[in-house]
Write a new protein. Structure first.
Ligand SMILES: *Cc1c(COP(=O)(O)O)cnc(C)c1O
Length: 385
């Protein structure tokens, strides 16, 4: 089976992890700060705060921005459940903004309409989480403008988008947002096995996220209430979690960052080859906004229904049976039973649901060979006859 995505690990990665195993620190050592600095510098952010997953980073980012019970958080329905769950962890009310039919990212027009309604009903969101689906940035200038007009904060869920750009600036430079989140799960662009990072330009948000990822405990006298008792002293100043990244993960991450440009270039080359090879097939191929350069975490095709031919589910099943590890990103979050219990219904976000009825992610990863890609293309041709 050719998977839809997988990690690319070389000898340098292996050596980096082994070196940590025989060093003094398996956790809370020098590698995590080095990894944070490397990622932050690469994406043009002042601060990076590494955590054990992007999910943890989303949670801590919401906490750092003061999200609490009764507050509202909006995100895209076409995302992994974590982008919405982080709001529920904080006791907030979660809602969704429908997607743009071309980019599949949060639609700025739909966002404006919903914000205007919310303003009249006095229920504006505190935080909006745009998700850069497949590695293509959302329209951050439009969303950023709305944030100033309606007074919400922005966390970019860039789990798919390290190495991508918007208006020639790296995703992560937070030009229009407060915090940007990356995931280092093995299917993502670079990996630490499990892991994530929050990057920000704000020293204050970075400091908060640092103590929230580690029990709400600080050793910084500047953050303490009252006097330090001595060199052993620490204070718990908030209710945090153990969301720390280990040294093993950070060493792997540091090694992987040296190949980020190579990984993204390979993904872009494979995407271009798909664009050309699939152009004649009855498919909708990924639309690219000219202001963006996608890191192509995913290559998502849409299969419109054609009477007398295989439908979407049949094409999906055909490809799986042919050894092509296709996937579907994502089941709209509001259709999940947990969210249905919160009151969401089919029909709430029709563009997302129409997308879901046609979308398929076909294999794309840095280690994919040209032969792998030819196999995917010929299986697709067979599926669509
Ligand atoms: C992978 C992913 C996450 C969660 O990342 P983890 O590191 O696995 O916690 C969140 N949001 C999106 C859009 C993702 O793709």
């Amino acid at each position: 089976m050719i998977p839809y995505g997988r990690q690319s690990i070389d000898q340098h990665d292996i050596d980096a992890v082994v070196e940590v195993l025989t060093s003094d620190f398996l956790t809370q050592g020098p590698k995590v700060p080095l990894f944070e600095k490397a990622v932050a510098e690469m994406v043009g952010a002042k601060h990076g705060v590494a955590m054990n997953s992007a999910t943890s980073a989303l949670h801590v980012a919401c906490m750092a921005l003061g999200l609490g019970p009764g507050d509202r958080l909006w995100t895209s329905p076409v995302t992994f459940v974590a982008s919405a769950n982080c709001g529920l962890y904080c006791g907030a009310i979660v809602d969704f903004v429908d997607i743009d039919p071309q980019t599949y990212n949060m639609c700025p027009k739909a966002l404006r309409t919903k914000l205007e309604l919310a303003r009249s009903a006095d229920c504006l969101p505190k935080i909006v989480i745009p998700v850069h689906l497949a590695g293509q940035s959302c329209d951050m200038s439009a969303i950023g403008e709305l944030s100033r007009e309606f007074g919400f904060r922005i966390i970019e869920d860039a789990s798919h988008a390290i190495g991508a750009t918007f208006e020639n600036r790296c995703v992560g430079s937070a030009a229009y947002s407060d915090i940007v989140i990356f995931s280092f799960h093995p299917v993502k662009i670079i990996t630490t096995a499990e892991g994530g990072m929050a990057v920000t330009q704000s020293a204050e948000l970075a400091r908060k996220m640092e103590y929230l990822r580690s029990h709400g405990v600080t050793r910084d006298p500047g953050l303490m209430i009252g006097e330090s008792h001595g060199p052993w002293y620490y204070q718990q100043i908030d209710l945090g979690y153990n969301y720390r990244m280990t040294e093993l993960q950070a060493a792997l991450g540091l090694s992987q960052t040296t190949r980020l440009a190579e990984f993204v270039a390979r993904r872009q080359a494979l995407a271009k080859a798909y664009d050309e090879a699939l152009a004649e097939l009855p498919l909708i191929l990924p639309y690219q906004d000219r202001r963006t350069r996608s890191s192509f975490h995913l290559y998502i095709i849409r299969v419109p229904s054609r009477p007398g031919h295989r439908n979407h589910s049949e094409v999906f099943a055909f490809l799986r049976a042919a050894g092509i590890g296709v996937n579907l990103h994502y089941i709209p979050v509001h259709l999940q039973p947990y969210y249905a219990n919160l009151g969401f219904r089919p029909g709430d976000f029709p563009v997302a649901e129409a997308y879901y009825s046609q979308a398929i992610s076909i294999p794309l990863f840095a280690g994919m060979t040209d032969a792998d890609q030819s196999e995917v293309i010929s299986a697709l041709r067979d599926a669509l006859v």
